[in-house]
Ligand binder design. Structure first.
Ligand SMILES: Cc1cc2nc3c(=O)[nH]c(=O)nc-3n(C[C@H](O)[C@H](O)[C@H](O)COP(=O)(O)O)c2cc1C
Length: 261
């Protein structure tokens, strides 16, 4: 009896203390990814993960060359004023030049510095953790399916052919616009590209970057007279599985639906 008490009482006290002082997962994440001088020193001593390749390749599949991005749209000020989350789309398909322009706005190459290709959206340390996939529901001249965007040569590659409208809608908690959109952009991050330099804080940088990319898509869609909305509510692993990523080394951070209005 005494033995049992000796074991149970400390467990009870420990679990009580952990509830009393218990931080939520979010609080722990925020706390442990704070930049402090101690953390900076730790990062110098503890090695970060190796940097994975900068560009994901699907060499076994044919490339579809996208039209060169060249659209001269409305002023930035007009786009900022008009931008709205739009969740209802007409049944008209998107055109290839529209999709090309949207992909360019998300991650297109715009320059080169010290051998690194720079893009339309900023990236911590120019490490570019994001891979962009598009789920094509209705685009003139493109088969329905999931495509990967190759930023270097502005091409797309069909990695999974099929009608995924219902799958993407269900994964996004049955939000209807997912099946009505011409295209759903999938913003997926390879964390180690950023962790290789910034350690665990790299996660924060990655989430910030999703916002930059998404805002570019919003403004570009507005300028093209299209409707779009960013989507944060989705069952992570359903979408990860759909685009074929493991959800750990590479994981989907955000979706962005675009359609004709
Ligand atoms: C991180 C994030 C996640 C969001 N997730 C969803 C979503 O899952 N579904 C949706 O309909 N809108 C979503 N939105 C869009 C917001 O509802 C929208 O931006 C907000 O209502 C303000 O409207 P506005 O974008 O038209 O200015 C999201 C926005 C952000 C920034």
């Amino acid at each position: 009896m005494i033995k049992i008490k000796i074991i149970i009482i400390p467990i009870f006290i420990l679990s009580f203390l952990s509830i009393a002082n218990g931080a939520t997962t979010g609080e722990t994440f925020h706390e442990e990814t704070k930049l402090t001088w101690t953390q900076i020193l730790k990062d110098l001593i503890i090695p970060n993960p190796a940097k994975p390749p900068q560009f994901k390749e699907y060499n076994d599949k044919p490339k579809i060359v996208m039209p060169a991005p060249e659209y001269k749209g409305i002023s930035l000020e007009d786009a900022l004023t008009k931008r709205r989350s739009i969740r209802e789309y007409s049944k008209n398909p998107l055109t290839l030049p529209e999709v090309s322009q949207l992909l360019f706005s998300a991650q297109g190459i715009t320059g080169k510095q010290f051998g690194t290709l720079l893009r339309t959206a900023p990236s911590a340390g120019a490490l570019y953790p994001f891979e962009i996939y598009i789920i094509v529901n209705d685009v003139e001249t493109l088969k329905k399916g999931i495509y990967h965007y190759s930023v270097r040569d502005h091409t797309i590659i069909l990695i999974k052919e099929g009608d995924f409208r219902k799958d993407v809608m269900h994964a996004a908690l049955d939000q209807e616009m997912m099946k009505d959109a011409g295209v759903v952009f999938v913003l997926s991050a390879i964390f180690d590209r950023v962790r290789s330099k910034y350690g665990e804080r790299g996660y924060r940088y990655t989430y910030m970057e999703a916002g930059h990319i998404s805002q570019n898509i919003y403004l570009q869609a507005t300028s093209l007279g299209l409707g779009s909305v960013v989507i944060g509510a989705f069952i992570d692993n359903d979408i990860n599985e759909l685009v074929g990523v493991d959800g750990k080394k590479e994981a989907v951070i955000a979706l962005h639906a675009v359609g004709k209005i």
